[in-house]
Design a protein around this ligand. Structure first.
Ligand SMILES: *Cc1c(COP(=O)(O)O)cnc(C)c1O
Length: 506
């Protein structure tokens, strides 16, 4: 049945009007949906972790156009089960070890339901005071848990904001830094501005630089080395900055990373900030994944020196039980962000804003309209407490240590990067007659690619890969909420079995 029906539709179909916000219907359907999701979690291990569908699979299964007549939630949920779930990669499966985790939790889901249920649009304080004020409070709470210097908190002269993703947050801070600098040295200098990161920095920085109008020639991805554990060396930064200054360019922005995406490398924040200070460079610290761990005293040292930075981000939607999307950004100087990002159309004018006593978050981010993200973070912080959040992170690190040990105990395998948190990078080495891998880069890379493909196709576990220093590496990131030690042990068995099979073929 096509969706376009023109004849007499107004007279004949008016009896079908439903109330799209009927409380009783919501209660009924909502309970069904919660049951549906609870069942999904009960059965999650029966699904192949990595979806095995072919491109275009869904078009073959669903109708060509939207239904003209309403359909029941029962029918729709049946189709979710039949058609959607096969096309889902189960990020919440305990056997999920790819990329970084996207750790879900009951508190996160329920917080999401609350904020969606209220469905307010909190662009400024007045549009929903609770949305703004709760966000300020949870950002100070979390900032204190991380022992951020007071200068990053509302309690000091700084503050935090919840954005969608790190990509957006880096773009906003880069725009703030750019405008502050151009204000000092003249807008004609735009084409002279230089942005720095390492060759391990997330591509978010490059995207932000492109959008912010930084000349592609002025983007520096400074080389890191294995001997330096792929961290950005402060001397390399100083050399690069010196060369740029000599060439008449204007150093602007450094994105330092704590826990790089590839191997969880650490850029030394303190020493890098020292270099940056000498050149008036804005330092952003990207701790998208690893920042969460810094609520544990034993991991806090990884962000030592943060007092010298200008801005800091972590993704609560990665390893902090808070559903996507929830990027926490703290800045020391909110006025720099606001100068760059604010607009004040007449239709948004109000007394609260004019009083300057309130935060209007629309001026801290790209978009005007914004979700009530603080709700889910508030539920997570309250439902688990600092004690449990620390235990949760520690349990993943402990399991990663175990996995690393298992890898080290099998002499056909090699651990490829320092394990700082719960990511283990490794590869299989053995080759016919056990010739050392070092001289056989290509075949060893091929072998590891095949190994990863074969374990992922099995559906028993899902891991991902990276390439550093020319070596193809398998990444095992432990952090799915449901993962227990037995899953990690089983994952290792799966890898060994597939390695056995591949190596016996060679
Ligand atoms: C995941 C990640 C990002 C990107 O995060 P988004 O929120 O998806 O933009 C940036 N930097 C690092 C270090 C990451 O691990």
């Amino acid at each position: 049945m096509g969706s376009l029906k023109l004849d007499h539709e107004l007279e004949n179909d008016s009896h079908m009007m439903v109330n799209p916000l009927d409380p009783e219907e919501f209660r009924r359907q909502g309970h069904m949906l919660i049951d549906f999701i609870a069942d999904y979690y009960q059965n999650i291990e029966s699904y192949k972790v990595l979806s095995q569908v072919e491109p275009g699979y869904l078009k073959k299964l669903l109708p060509e156009s939207a239904p003209y007549y309403p359909e029941s939630i029962e029918t729709i949920l049946q189709d979710v089960q039949k058609y959607i779930i096969p096309g889902i990669t189960h990020w919440q499966s305990p056997n999920y070890f790819a990329y970084f985790p996207s750790s879900g939790s009951t508190a996160g889901f329920l917080g999401e339901i609350l904020s969606t249920g209220f469905n307010v649009v909190g662009f400024n304080w007045m549009s929903s005071p609770a949305a703004t004020e709760l966000e300020c409070i949870v950002m100070d709470w979390l900032g204190e848990m991380l022992m951020l210097p007071k200068s990053f908190l509302f309690k000091g002269n700084g503050g935090g904001v919840l954005q969608g993703t790190t990509c957006e947050a880096i773009l906003c801070t880069l725009a703030a830094a750019r405008d502050q600098m151009l204000n000092q040295c003249g807008s004609e200098k735009l084409e002279k501005l230089v942005v720095y990161g390492s060759d391990q920095t997330h591509s978010a920085l490059q995207k932000a630089a492109q959008i912010a109008g930084i000349h592609t020639k002025n983007f520096r991805a400074i080389k890191t080395t294995k001997s330096n554990s792929f961290g950005l060396c402060p001397n390399s930064l100083r050399d690069a900055v010196h060369a740029d200054v000599e060439a008449g360019l204007v150093p602007l922005f450094l994105c330092a990373t704590v826990g790089t995406t590839s191997t969880n490398a650490i850029d030394p924040i303190g020493p890098l900030c020292e270099v940056a200070k000498d050149f008036n460079i804005w330092v952003h610290v990207d701790a998208a994944y690893a920042g969460s761990a810094c609520i544990c005293p034993e991991f806090r040292h990884f962000i030592d020196g943060i007092e010298g930075a200008n801005s800091f981000t972590l993704n609560a939607h990665k390893w902090f039980l808070t559903t996507l999307d929830c990027c926490c950004l703290w800045v020391k100087d909110p006025s720099a962000l606001i100068k760059s990002l604010s607009t004040n159309p007449e239709f948004l004018r109000n007394k609260a804003t004019d009083s300057k006593l309130v935060v209007d978050y629309k001026d801290w981010q790209i978009t005007l309209s914004r979700r009530f993200r603080a709700m889910k973070l508030w539920l997570v912080l309250r439902s688990y407490g600092v004690a449990n959040l620390r235990n949760f992170l520690r349990s993943h690190v402990k399991m990663a240590k175990l996995f690393e040990e298992l890898v080290r105990n099998d002499n056909r395998f090699e651990v490829m990067a320092t394990r700082n948190f719960a990511l283990v990078c490794f590869r299989v080495l053995a080759w016919p007659n056990n010739i050392s891998a070092a001289n056989h880069v290509e075949p060893v890379n091929e072998l590891n690619k095949k190994l990863l493909e074969s374990i992922n196709e099995s559906g028993n576990v899902y891991m991902s890969s990276t390439v550093v220093d020319g070596a193809y590496i398998i990444r095992c990131a432990i952090g799915a909420t449901l993962t227990e030690e037995r899953h990690v042990i089983r994952a290792w068995k799966v890898i060994q079995e597939h390695a056995d099979a591949l190596l016996s073929k060679n």
